[in-house]
Design a protein around this ligand. Sequence first.
Ligand SMILES: *[C@@H]1O[C@H](CO)[C@@H](O)[C@H](O)[C@H]1NC(C)=O
Ligand SMILES: *[C@@H]1O[C@H](CO)[C@@H](O)[C@H](O)[C@H]1NC(C)=O
Ligand SMILES: *[C@@H]1O[C@H](CO)[C@@H](O)[C@H](O)[C@H]1NC(C)=O
Ligand SMILES: *[C@@H]1O[C@H](CO)[C@@H](O)[C@H](O)[C@H]1NC(C)=O
Ligand SMILES: *[C@@H]1O[C@H](CO)[C@@H](O)[C@H](O)[C@H]1NC(C)=O
Length: 288
Amino acid sequence: MLSLPFNALLLALSFFGLSTAATTTSSPPASVFTYTNDNGNIGGGNQSFVFALNIDQSTSDVYIHMSAPAGNSWMGVGFGSVMQNSFMFIAYPSSNGTGVTLSPRVATGHSEPSYYKDIHCNLVWEGGLPNSNEVTKEGSASAMYLDAVCHNATKWSNGELNTGASASKTQPMIFAVGPGGHGPSSNLQSDDLSAGLVRHTAYGTFTMDITQALSKDSTTAGVPLPNGGPNNSTYTLSGASTSTPKSDHDPAPAIHGLIMCLSFVIIFPLGALLLRTLNRESLKSHGW
Ligand SMILES: *[C@@H]1O[C@H](CO)[C@@H](O)[C@H](O)[C@H]1NC(C)=O
Ligand SMILES: *[C@@H]1O[C@H](CO)[C@@H](O)[C@H](O)[C@H]1NC(C)=O
Ligand SMILES: *[C@@H]1O[C@H](CO)[C@@H](O)[C@H](O)[C@H]1NC(C)=O
Ligand SMILES: *[C@@H]1O[C@H](CO)[C@@H](O)[C@H](O)[C@H]1NC(C)=O
Ligand SMILES: *[C@@H]1O[C@H](CO)[C@@H](O)[C@H](O)[C@H]1NC(C)=O
């Protein structure tokens, strides 16, 4: 008789143990975009850019993992094919240089994206997420890492992401990183959510399968874990297209520079500059 409660306790503990193991090893449903440059020797796991997405349909909370080479002044991803009207996750080193600041931003009209105070984001630290919210400059893990949730973030002042029955399998997305290399432009360190950004010199577009990133409720929602397999902290492409980033510079040197330095970035304001870039590139390729 006396042993029964004890056995019940053991049973309860083992259930607790099992469920703990389950939550730390199974990733929320996710779509994962990765970009790896040709020589790929900069960035976490040698990847130049990673963006992984999970969305809780019940709360519209958006969970993200993002990483880019540590030398870049900022990194960003937005919903939409251009910056205008896009909701963007922009991250940069915090004032102490080793943490990360996440600034949710929206660009209206032709102005550069500004801090969007109506959506609140929190950084996330959790088991299974390596180097969360750190800027690491050591060795092959050298990168800026972001793990975060933005609450109620599928609708903003001038746009909306469909996460219902007609969620897109090819949602247009943009990504960019701020100038890397040397000089003041690569030294952004700030806790200010409205920190000024130096415009990028190149940017990329890709598409994401939103349907693959949806959780019905908070029991399965969260920051996507690395999906590179057992004991592998790498994120691998899943539910997303590949991308060929474009550059704002003269195409040949820029592409060369991109491969050599991984300093690819976007243009602010995108509207006018995107057109300029495309025109210039199409003129060049026409010439060739
Ligand atoms: C990254 O690339 C370098 C050189 O190509 C290689 O030595 C290193 O093992 C790679 N690191 C990872 C984590 O794959
Ligand atoms: C740097 O700042 C971040 C917050 O931005 C904080 O989480 C981290 O602990 C700080 N690191 C050090 C070494 O103080
Ligand atoms: C979510 O945001 C929308 C505006 O985009 C607002 O109308 C709604 O009340 C918010 N929901 C919650 C739970 O805060
Ligand atoms: C981790 O997974 C990635 C992608 O599948 C692979 O390229 C890499 O070699 C793996 N790394 C290790 C250490 O197994
Ligand atoms: C993963 O690592 C753990 C601890 O190092 C080890 O026990 C386990 O066998 C590894 N699993 C695989 C599939 O390599």
